[in-house]
Design a protein. Sequence first.
Lengths: 253, 345
Amino acid sequence: MIAIDSLEVTLSGKKLLSDISIEIPDGRWSCLVGPNGAGKTTLLKVLLGTAPYSGSVKSDGVEVFRNQKRNVAFVPQQPHIPQGMSVAEYVALGRSKRDGWGNESIASRLLISSILEQTNLYGMQRQPVTQLSGGEMQRTLIARALAQEPELILLDEPTSALDLHHQIDVLNNLQILQAQGVTIISTMHDITLAAMYAERIIVMREGRVLVDGPSESIIHSPQLKAAFDDRINVFTLDSGRPVVVARKDELER
Amino acid sequence: MKSPGQSSTSSGISPIWNWRITALCGALLLFVALAAVSFGPINLSFIQIIKTLLGLPGGLTGQDKTVLIDLRLPRAILAALVGAALATSGAVYQSVFRNPLADPYLLGAASGAGLGATIAITNAHGNVYSLLPIFSFVDGTLAVLTSFFISGRFFAEPQSLLLSGIAVGSFATAVQTYLQQRHSSSLRPVYSWILGELTVANWQIVTWSSIYILMAIGILILVSKQLDGLMLSDEEAFSLGINPNRLRIIAVTAATLATATAVSASGLIGFVGIVVPHLVRGITHRVTNRNLLTIAFAGAAFLVLADLGARTLLSPAELPIGVITAFVGAPFFLVVLRKRRTFSR
C-alpha cells in the first residue's frame, strides 16, 4: 500500500500539491482525474520518487525516494525518443536492471519477444522508434514497462495519443497486468474510460485531492462535477455503465 | 493484442550487443596496426615484425628494429589510444546530450587545450613539446570544469551544460587568437598542433596517456548499459533504476579525461568522435552504448589508418592527421545531418 500523508510539493515558490492525505491500495488500478493543472503528473512523479516533497509518501513503510529496491515502471505522456534506437533495444531497456546491466538473458529475450507479440509490435523490432506513429510509440512504451515486470506501473495519459481501437488494446493489456497483481496508477482525461477500467478514482483540482474512492460511487459524486466547474454531465447506459460527457455551454444571444 | 506468453519464436529477440562485430573490429585494429608499423620510407616485413614483437628468432635487427620499436610502434599505439579515446568520448557525449551530432570537444576541452598549447608555444623557451601536453591537458580540463561551474545547479540539464561549454569554448578561442596576434612568430607551430600531429609520439607519452585513456574507457564500458537510459527522459531513466545526475557526472568526467588526454598528446584531431560512433551504429543497426568497446576498436583502427595515410600519401612530406580525418569526416557529417532531418520529418 502507498500511504500519502500531508503531501506538499512546491516548485519555484509555486505550490503544485498541497495537503494530500490518501491511501492507494496494492494490486488495484487507481486513476487520477481532474482538469489540466490539477497536479496529476506531479503526483505521479512524487510516487515515482523523482519530485522533491514535504510530508510523507511511504511505499511498504519506506519513503518512496529512499526505497531503491522498488521496481516501478513509468510511462510518460511525452517521452524523449532516442534517435535511431530500434524498438527491440527500447523495449530491452526494461530488462536492463533485472539482467544486472549486462547482456540479456535467454529468458529476457524470450519475454521481450513475447511482449512484442502481445503488443502487436512483433516484426517491427528493427524499426527505429523515431519512425513510429503515435499509437505504435505508445505501445512500445507500454511494452518497455511490461518488460520491467514491475510491481507498480505509473502511466501519464496512456491513451491520449491513441485512436479508440488502440486505446482499448492498451487498456485491456493493463487490465491483464492488474489481474496478475500489479498496482496501476494512471492519469486519464477520458473519465468514461477511467470509470470503465480503474477500480478507484482520485479526483484532483488545483493541487488538492477533492475525493477518492471506488469508481462507481465517485463517478456520480458532486466533487467530480465540481472539479470541472460543473461543466460535465454523467449519464448511465442501459447496461449500467456510466458515460461522462462535456456539457455544451448555452451562449447568451 | 494477444494474450501474454504467446510467442512465435523459440529463441526470442537477437542479443542487443553482438560480440562477433566487436571481435571483428579488434581483429581489424590488429591488422591495420600491423600495416601501419610495416609501411613507410623503409618497408618492414609482417612476419619479421611479429617475430620481433614476440621475441622469436629471425626478427628485425639494427636500424629496422629501431624504426619499429622507437618510431613506428609508439606512434601506432598513440594513434590507437587517441582514436579510441575520441570515438568513445564522442559516443558517450552523444548519449549524455541526447544529440547525435555532439562531439568530444563540446564542453570546451578542445578550445581550452588549444589555449594551453598556445600559451606553451608562445612562452616556452627550449623544448616546447615537453610542456605542451601538460599545458593543454590542464587548460582543457579547466575549461570543462568552468563549463560545469557556469551551468551551476543546472548542470543536470544537458542543454545548459552544452551552452556553458560553447561560451567557455568561445572565450578560450578569443584569448588564444589574441595571444597568437601578439606572438605572430609562433603562428605556424600553433596551427600545426591545432591540425593534429602524432610526430611527437614516444614511449613516455604513450605510457602516461594510456593510463588515463584506458582508465576512462574502462569506466565508460562499465556503465555503458546504463548510459542507454540517459537517452530517455530523466524520469524514465530513474524508473529503469538509473540515477541520471550521478551517471551524467561519471560519464562526462570520464569522457573529458579521455578527450583532454588525447588532445594533449596529439593536438586537435576532428571528426573521429562523430564519424566512428555513427559508422558502428550504422553497421550494427544498434545505438546501444554496449557497443562502446566496438566503437573504441573502430576509432583506434580509423586513426591508425588515417595516420598511415598522413605519413605515406605525400611521402617524404607528412600531412597533418587532422586533414585526413576532416577530409573523410566532413562529408560524413553532412550525410548524418541529412539522414537526421529525414528521420525527424
